[in-house]
Ligand binder design. Structure first.
Ligand code: F6P
Length: 354
């Protein structure tokens, strides 16, 4: 290695569009601007534990900007959570520290969502130089106004809602569409507004099914024979009285059943699932991931460790990992987009607009 500095990159948690653009942004800037060596660990924190990595040279970083997924692979491995079935029980963090030292790393870059940033913080507390990079289709990472992957997922979900409009109109049905977002409503809110959803139900706003029913019936009376209901997957459902099996009913299916029973109208549900996070990133996500990547390499060069690269408005900043760890950024109750959507006659399940 000589005196050449060396950084390691990993992608952890659920994949999303823009990961490769971020790897490229960090890698190219580190290699070409600062002359660092760059390696990429396979399958998130698992690669770091197993010491599985590949060299990311100029060639490896070429032609990946537009690719979906992650060239490094990912996993939901949480090294600080031991499992009785795991051969590495309890020693994983120590193994990581050993590998980091043996590989002669000067910094570890952890690209991921909330769980990944929490692990990054804990590794940083163990003395490693760590920089976090936020990503997720959920846009729920605390400390940043934006995560790449979000725009692409919104685009996929909005296109799906557009397509549901025409079939809903033909059959005069109520279409319930469940979108991802984990415990936050960002994706449902944005996709719902982009797709002109008539009802948007998100975990942050308590809903009343009587209000939803009343609103859908009101639309019928106005001569609007079909409706689109956008449901966030993390929507809180009433506690189940019966079997355990019932507890696993997806939010979209539950809401569709309730609407069907209460309105007597033909109702169908669609659960968008993983198509929302597959495929090529939008132009916006490519820009965000590339810029965030380049900024991350600059942070490393400045020695800004134990921090996460972030957006504050349009500005790139860094925030302490300690502040990010263990928190989730949910949609504020008085978010302007909610207020504006209400003025466009969108029902959030808590009151009838207008
Ligand atoms: O965090 C991204 C996300 O796609 C969430 O929207 C969703 O709840 C979750 O990951 C699905 O996780 P998994 O890939 O483990 O099924």
């Amino acid at each position: 290695m000589g005196t050449r500095k060396r950084i390691g990159i990993l992608t952890a948690g659920g994949d999303c569009p823009g990961l490769n653009a971020a790897i490229r942004g960090i890698g190219k800037t580190a290699l070409l601007k600062y002359g660092y060596g760059v390696i990429g660990f396979s399958s998130g924190y698992l690669g770091l534990i197993r010491n599985e990595y590949k060299i990311l040279d100029e060639r490896a970083l070429s032609g990946i900007l537009t690719l979906g997924g992650t060239i490094l692979g990912t996993s939901r491995e949480k090294p600080f959570k031991s499992s009785e079935y795991d051969q590495y029980v309890k020693e994983k963090p120590e193994i990581i520290v050993e590998n980091y030292k043996e590989l002669g790393l000067d910094c570890l870059v952890c690209i991921g969502g909330n769980g990944t940033q929490k692990t990054a913080w804990r590794l940083s507390k163990m003395g490693l130089n760590v920089v976090g990079v936020p990503k997720t289709i959920d846009n729920d990472v605390w400390g940043t106004d934006l995560t790449f992957g979000f725009d692409s997922a919104v685009a996929v979900a909005a296109e799906a809602i557009d397509r549901l409009h025409s079939t809903a109109n033909s059959h005069k049905r109520i279409m319930v569409v469940e979108v991802m977002g984990h415990n936050a409503g960002w994706l449902a809110l944005h996709a719902g507004v982009a797709g002109g959803g008539d009802v948007i139900l998100i975990p942050e706003i308590p809903y009343d099914l009587d209000v939803v029913t009343q609103y859908l019936q009101h639309r019928m009376e106005l001569g609007k024979p079909y409706s689109i209901v956008v449901v966030a997957e993390g929507l809180k459902l009433p506690p189940k009285k019966k079997s355990k099996k019932e507890r696993t009913v997806p939010a979209g299916a539950y809401i569709a059943n309730q609407i069907r029973k209460r309105t007597g109208q033909e109702t169908r549900e669609t659960i968008l699932g993983y198509i929302q996070r597959g495929g090529s990133p939008t132009a916006r996500d490519r820009v965000v991931a590339s810029e965030l990547g380049a900024f991350t390499a600059e942070m490393i060069h400045r020695g800004e460790f134990g921090r996460m690269a972030a957006y504050k408005g349009y500005e790139l900043v860094s925030v302490p990992l300690q502040e990010v760890a263990g928190k989730v950024k949910t949609v504020p109750e008085h978010h302007p987009l909610i207020a504006h959507a209400r003025s466009l006659d969108t029902c959030f399940g808590d009151s009838i607009p207008h």
